[in-house]
Design a protein around this ligand. Structure first.
Ligand code: URP
Ligand code: ZN
Ligand code: ZN
Length: 468
């Protein structure tokens, strides 16, 4: 036998091409692409299906310490199970530096949480919250050499945010070592002022979360992040962009020669601030930052996906249970939006939403879908061409996609640990019907055929944008 598995009769789709081809797999790798292949232990008939690289979601929060009795709804087992059913084969999650500790200590703890738990492959971004001279001068360069080649900094959240001088120091260190920096752009001082003002007026319902985090606060911080990156000549990613004003800052920076990539997420295509104004406390289900905006912002985000301002479409999966004292409806959260944990689930619905709303409705073509959902993530974050494409030598991480399958998204068909989905009742066309991880079928229809622990940890090369 030449192959362990052959996928026959499917339509192979990459970020650049669509063609009829069989796919031969051996020892977990794609070893042949040809009109007709024979000689395998296992033949998978993919007639009528797209054969696409498995999704790579480069913005996922799992098992993250959330403080104050708040518990994230997904650990590595449930989060990667959910991701697999959504057509993904790799997720990049965040290892948060606890203030007063080193990055290495945080990594030791975070690796222990993931070890033996994952259904798909994982890799970690660092989150720098305490950029001491030891962290930036000693640890970061060594960690980049060890394959931790990206990091996130926050401009908001009192306990996480960095000052501008700290951001500059972090960007400078990242440039020297070749790390790619992701930036959460919102102006913390403006937000804190508005939160206080709303609370003083007794305006404490979930909808005031959105009103406390206006687009101008995101635009201003986006402009500042881009300027700081320009000053020290560092490549950055502006993550979870929610509106036109922030998007235009990215476009303007690019015109000046700025090295910036943009990311947007499903919530900015489908939700609006009105969702936070749902009856009772239901609006808490949609509390995330930046908040969803309005219909015009949705149109802008689609434009960004079409024109290339956004190269990344990620979930920002950050799940908390709704009806739970350790989640959205914690005792303090019921009294003020300030205490509702920020974040919503979405790792399983990201690809069906982009396919249905994007490809099925004619907003983007199938190759752009693959670029936005897989290939660009691999390229930005140093996994390409091992991951993110259908090519000889690549890992056989493959999603077989039925472009005609009609599904209604409801929480009961999903596998995450949250007790709700923000997209309840959404009808979609197109669904992943089989998923292979390194050549092995891990999802077959509604069944998990893989095993917990089969997912590997992936050290990464430097981003194609920061290679030294
Ligand atoms: O509300 C959100 N997005 N929570 C996740 C943390 C982050 O800022 O990405
Ligand atoms: Zn963020
Ligand atoms: Zn996030």
């Amino acid at each position: 036998m030449h192959f362990d598995t052959i996928i026959k009769n499917g339509t192979v789709v990459t970020a650049s091409d669509t063609f009829q081809s069989d796919v031969g797999i051996r020892d977990g790798k794609i070893t042949a692409l040809a009109a007709s292949l024979d000689g395998a232990e296992e033949i998978i008939d993919a007639a009528g299906l797209y054969v696409m690289p498995g999704g790579i979601d480069s913005h996922v929060h799992l098992a993250q310490p959330s403080g104050d009795g708040i518990v994230m709804a997904d650990d590595f087992a449930s989060g990667t199970l959910s991701a697999a059913f959504g057509g993904n084969t790799t997720v990049l999650t965040f290892c948060m530096q606890e203030k007063g500790t080193t990055l290495r200590q945080s990594l030791t703890d975070y690796h222990a949480k993931a070890e033996g738990e994952c259904y798909i492959d994982v890799s970690f971004h660092l989150v720098v919250t305490d950029p001491t001279s030891y962290v930036l001068g000693q640890e970061l360069p060594a960690l980049v050499e060890d394959g931790y080649t990206s990091l996130k900094v926050f401009m908001t959240y009192d306990n996480l945010r960095l000052r501008d001088d700290q951001i500059l120091e972090t960007l400078d260190s990242a440039r020297s070592s070749g790390a790619l920096v992701m930036v959460h752009c919102e102006n913390e001082d403006a937000i804190r002022y508005l939160i206080g003002k709303h609370e003083q007026s007794g305006d404490v319902a979930p909808k005031f979360h959105a009103l406390s985090r206006p687009a101008a606060a995101e635009r201003e911080a986006t402009h500042r992040a881009l300027s700081l990156a320009e000053i020290v000549d560092t490549s950055i990613v502006i993550v979870h962009v929610s509106n036109r004003q922030a998007m235009e800052e990215i476009e303007r920076a690019r015109k000046r020669g700025g090295k910036v990539a943009g990311e947007t997420c499903p919530q900015y295509l489908l939700l609006t601030a009105d969702d936070l104004d749902a009856a009772e406390l239901e609006g808490a289900k949609f509390v995330c930052s930046p908040p969803p905006r309005d219909k015009e912002s949705q149109i802008a985000c689609w434009e960004g996906l079409q024109t290339g301002v956004f190269e990344l479409f990620s979930s920002d999966h950050c799940p908390f249970r709704y009806d739970d004292a350790s989640g959205k409806l914690n005792e303090k959260g019921k009294r003020s939006f300030r205490w509702i944990p920020n974040g919503i689930p979405g790792v399983e619905t990201r690809l069906p939403i982009l396919f249905s709303e994007g490809v099925s409705k004619g907003r983007i073509d199938i190759n752009r879908f693959v670029a936005l959902s897989s290939t660009n993530h691999a390229k930005q974050y140093g996994l390409y061409p091992q991951k993110g494409t259908i090519a000889i030598g690549a890992d056989a991480d493959i999603a077989l996609w039925d472009p005609r399958k009609e599904m209604t998204i409801t929480n009961d068909i999903l596998h995450h640990g949250a007790d709700y989905t923000p997209y309840e009742g959404l009808e979609v066309v197109g669904w992943p019907v089989r998923v292979l991880l390194r050549g092995r079928t891990i999802v077959d229809g509604a069944s998990m055929t893989g095993t917990r622990g089969q997912g590997a940890y992936l050290p990464r090369k430097r981003s194609s944008r920061t290679r030294l």
